[in-house]
Design a protein around this ligand. Structure first.
Ligand code: NAD
Length: 485
């Protein structure tokens, strides 16, 4: 099967924070991959700006180094990189002041392309100042787009403030709030699987589904982000956004049309249906030193920290479809493997005709895997092949997308999301009310453990999280799928 490339209109993408880690590691490599796939028209300009006092030539040299680092050798050659670099321009601006803006405005307004997008790859405190400068300096056009990165707020009040600052200068249909999990091929395939097939939807409910597990496990610790992370923790950093989006796509009703607002309306309804989570259904953990791995407190540089580097929650979606079906969510750092997956565990058949122990079977499960590889696998039971006796065995029905589609390469989420911005398709971006609703759910949960002065349970770096997380699900006679790559 080959992947169809639909070229986008020529565009000007203005990246604020173009010298930063995200721009070098994700945004510019993603643009290069789209360029290589011939999706980017020749007139397109990628205009970088940041505090670094470079000119366009220095920017190109820096980005060349980044591409050599982040693009696999098989996908790059000197000629393609050289051609891509000619699209790059740069002008330094300290967005907190007035210096540099006039030259940036002149550069952007010089032979502009039909589509204009601003990518704010900077700290959220700069979203408001940049948006108002864009508006005051006439850079914002009637349909220009603004892309903002996570974290979108620290709580409901700060998210509302960010929304207000952006809304002051841009309409909601111009604002693209990125959650890169939504750009993953498999996450979108979950929608295709559910709504383009008639097989699953009739059993996608409390009558047939026992429970759902959503896991995002990381092997890394807080790395260089200790100071930021210690004020945030796993609930704010991962659950309120990434796990919430995965939950929404799993639990939502079929939208009337596959259009941005229809899809986002349905996701919003899921968030509004979430029940409050009582303390016994929350397990917070913090990794301790193990072997060569330092403790969270050492990594974060805070010996008294009570921030969670792991959280497991039992969440209920209070509506007709999901009444009585628990959604177990867990995410953590310094776990034994890097993996993200959604697992839908179906109920057992109402009556087993296979009474002997060797004929026992596992429940059917649908595993939607996002990391490290992307795949959707349905686990079914069949008769073990061969003569002599009758035993059941589990077989995976596998759909390994990377191998079955296109050039054998799974496009990075940023590639998809960037092209959606240029096309003006907001389906895979979070709407302002969605983000606020997610904080409205998360805030009281965080407040509850803060009031109770909850101390996270220690767990070994390199393990599967705290014992309390196992107990949370064992208590319901269920078990987590193992954390393994
Ligand atoms: P970074 O610190 O590496 O880069 C920040 C960039 O902002 C630099 O280019 C810097 O020059 C620029 N900048 C800072 N102050 C400025 C000012 N006053 N005027 C003009 N430019 C200024 O940060 P990053 O890791 O690239 O992250 C950027 C944003 O994306 C942050 O909000 C971060 O939370 C978010 N994010 C990053 C990642 C990631 O993997 N790096 C992932 C998700 C979200």
């Amino acid at each position: 099967m080959s992947v169809k490339i639909i070229p986008v209109d020529p565009f000007d993408l203005i990246i604020f924070g173009a010298s930063g880690d995200l721009a070098r590691r994700k945004i510019l490599p993603a643009l290069y991959q789209r360029f290589l796939a011939s999706q980017i028209p020749p007139e397109t300009r990628i205009i970088g700006t940041a505090r670094s006092g470079w000119d366009s030539a220095a920017f190109r040299t820096e980005i060349k180094t980044s591409l050599e680092k982040y693009i696999p050798e098989s996908r790059r050659d000197a000629d393609s990189i050289a051609r891509f670099l000619t699209r790059l321009h740069y002008h330094p601006v300290d967005v907190k002041g007035d210096k540099g803006w006039d030259a940036l405005v002149a550069l952007v307004n010089d032979t502009p392309n039909p589509v204009r997008a601003f990518y704010l790859s900077v700290a959220p405190a700069l979203f408001g100042p940049i948006a108002s400068q864009l508006s005051q300096r006439g850079l914002r056009t009637a349909d220009s787009r603004i892309v903002v990165e996570k974290p979108f707020g620290h709580d409901l009040a700060s998210a509302q403030e960010l929304n207000k600052q952006l809304a002051h200068c841009f309409r909601e249909d111009q604002i693209y709030r990125i959650d890169h999990y939504l750009g993953k091929e498999t996450v979108q395939n979950l929608m295709a699987l559910r709504f383009a097939n008639s097989l699953l939807e009739p059993v996608w409910n409390a009558q047939h589904i026992d429970h759902i597990q959503i896991t995002v496990a990381e092997t890394i610790g807080v790395e260089g982000r200790g100071a930021y992370y210690d004020k945030s923790g796993a609930m704010r950093d991962m659950v309120q956004n990434h796990l919430m989006q995965m939950l929404c796509l799993t639990a939502m009703e079929p939208p009337a049309r596959f259009e941005a607002n229809d899809v986002r309306d349905e996701k919003l309804k899921v968030i509004r249906s979430l029940e409050d989570v009582p303390l016994p259904d929350i397990v917070r953990g913090q990794y301790r030193a193990n072997g060569d791995s330092a403790s969270y407190r050492d990594d974060a540089g805070n010996p008294d920290s009570t921030t969670e580097s792991f959280i497991a929650l039992k969440v209920r979606v209070s509506n007709w479809r999901w009444a009585g079906v628990p959604f177990y969510l867990r995410t953590g750092k310094r776990l034994r493997a890097r993996m993200s997956e959604i697992v839908v565990i179906f109920k057992d058949p109402p009556h087993s005709i296979f009474p002997h122990p060797e004929q026992r079977h596992n429940s059917n499960s649908l595993v939607i895997r996002l990391q490290p590889d992307e795949a959707i696998t349905m686990h079914m039971n069949i008769k073990e092949p061969g003569q002599g006796g009758f035993r059941l065995t589990e077989v995976p029905l596998d759909m390994s997308f990377a191998e079955t589609l296109g050039d054998g390469r799974m496009a990075d989420a940023y590639e998809r999301l960037l092209m959606d911005v240029i096309r003006g398709d907001q389906t895979l971006f979070m709407r302002g009310d969605e983000v606020e609703a997610a904080w409205r759910w998360a805030d009281p949960i965080i407040a509850r453990w803060q009031e109770a002065e909850d101390i996270p349970e220690p767990y070994d770096a390199g393990g599967s999280g705290p014992d309390g997380s196992l107990a949370l699900i064992h208590h319901d006679n269920r078990r987590w799928r193992p954390i393994e790559a």
